[in-house]
Every structure is written in structure tokens, then in C-alpha cells.
Write a protein that binds this ligand. Structure first.
Ligand code: SAM
Length: 232
């Protein structure tokens, strides 16, 4: 069995797809995709030696190992052109995910779908989609072991479509996630209430400060808290 998080990521990989999992660590997602008969082929990419060795070992245990390839390298550099239909990148910050996509943008020719799970910085990933012609087509958020995870799925298309004709502005929805917002997902509400609580703590600390910058910071944070209250 694998985590609910990886299982949910796998559920966004179409049947029969050739899938690359970049930053695969122990290649658990790639193994699952093969074992469940979801992917026809998998490529597990890893930058670091330890996880790369772990991935090799894991894939070696599989009967379907001839349909898997474990490769060491940075981001999308491990891929040949038009080798996969789907690229998954999970368990890293949104900034790192966006920089991996940016650095390997040529390798995305022929890729039909991106399934990404940023640990933080989801907004950076949504903006990257927007700026590069990828249309966000689905989002979900889930809680596992007390941690909230967001999964963003994109295909080539009209990148502004998810943000059109909504109650909220594009800028707001880039932060919240247009589909998550529409679903009023309980986990999304929880995420922003956590965020709000964090800011309240910072405000309490700042109120004890007599530094001149503190007053400006307090105004900014109050504006942020008000925004959260309005949107949530
Ligand atoms: N994707 C797995 C998951 O979601 O459970 C593993 C996440 S783990 C926190 C992040 C992995 O990405 C690490 O094994 C790390 O070595 C690898 N990594 C970091 N930067 C990378 C890059 N530029 N290219 C490939 N792998 C990278």
C-alpha cells in the first residue's frame, strides 16, 4: 500500500499512459503505477545518489521491471524527447517544481499532462501554468497525517479559462486555487484558517515590538488576515 497522497496523484494518470516521476525518491509512485496497470511505462528520475539507488532497488523487485527505467539526473534532463505522456513531480516546493519545468521546457514537447504536488508555493505553480500555455484542469486537496497536500493537474489549453467568470479575481484564485475555491473544499478552508492563525501569532509578537518597521508590518498582516476572512 502507498500513501493516500501518492494514490491520489496516481488517480490523475490516465490508463495506459507513459509516465515520468521526477524526484521519485524510492520510486513508490512509479511502482504503484505499474503494479496497478495504470501506466504502460514509467521513468523514475532522481538527482541524488541515495534515493536513486533506493529507486533502482525498488524497481528491481517488480515483475514489470522491463517497463520501468530509473535514471539519475537533474529534473527533466533524464527524459528523451517525446518519451512520456505525463510528468509527475511531487513532494517538493512549488518554486523548485516550477524551476524544473522551466529548465526542461523543451522536454515537455509531446507531454499531454502535468500532475504536480507542491508542498508549499502552489501559487507559483499556477502562475507557471498561466505563463506557459498550460491550463489547470483539476485540483484537489487532501489531508494525511495532519498535513494538507494540494495536487494540481494541467493540460495544454487556454491557461486563463479556469479564472474566467468567477466571483473572485484572477489574482485571488491564483492563490486559493480556482477549483478548490469553487468546491469550498473543507481542507482548503482548514488550510487558510491555519494560515490565519499563523498571522495572528505574528501579530501578537509584533505588538510587543517597538521597532519602527513593526507598525508597517502590522498593517500588512492585518490586511492579509482581512483578506482571508473575506475569501474564506
Ligand atoms: N516524489 C516523492 C514523493 O512525493 O513522495 C519524493 C519526494 S522527496 C521529498 C523529493 C525528492 O526529489 C528527493 O528524493 C530529491 O532527491 C529529489 N530531487 C530534488 N531536486 C531534484 C531535481 N532537480 N531533479 C530530480 N530529483 C530531484
Amino acid at each position: 500500500t502507498i500513501s493516500k497522497r501518492l494514490e491520489t496523484i496516481a488517480s490523475y494518470c490516465p490508463q495506459g499512459a507513459r509516465v515520468a516521476d521526477i524526484g521519485s525518491d524510492h520510486a513508490l509512485l512509479a511502482s504503484y503505477l505499474l503494479l496497478k496497470g495504470i501506466a504502460s511505462h514509467v521513468i523514475a528520475g532522481e538527482l541524488n545518489e541515495g534515493p536513486y539507488q533506493a529507486a533502482l532497488k525498488q524497481i528491481h523487485t517488480l515483475q514489470a521491471r522491463d517497463r520501468a527505467s530509473v535514471r539519475k539526473g537533474d529534473g527533466l534532463a533524464v527524459l528523451q524527447p517525446r518519451e512520456v505522456d505525463v510528468v509527475c513531480i511531487a513532494g517538493m516546493g512549488g518554486q523548485l517544481i516550477a524551476s524544473i519545468l522551466e529548465a526542461g521546457i523543451d522536454k515537455l514537447d509531446g507531454v499531454k499532462r502535468l500532475v504536480l504536488q507542491p508542498n508549499v508555493g502552489e501559487e507559483v505553480v499556477r502562475r507557471w501554468f498561466m505563463d506557459h500555455g498550460w491550463e489547470l484542469i483539476a485540483e484537489t486537496i487532501l489531508e494525511e497525517d495532519g498535513i494538507l497536500y494540494e495536487i494540481l493537474v494541467a493540460e495544454r489549453g487556454n491557461p486563463v479559462r479556469p479564472y474566467e467568470n468567477k466571483e473572485r479575481t484572477k489574482e485571488e484564485l491564483l492563490r486559493m486555487g480556482p477549483f478548490l475555491w469553487e468546491q469550498k473544499h473543507p481542507a482548503l478552508i482548514l488550510k487558510w484558517l491555519n494560515e490565519r492563525e499563523k498571522w495572528e501569532k505574528v501579530l501578537a509578537q509584533l505588538s510587543r515590538s517597538d521597532k519602527p518597521e513593526a507598525a508597517q508590518r502590522v498593517r500588512e498582516i492585518k490586511a492579509e488576515v482581512e483578506w482571508i476572512d473575506e475569501v474564506i
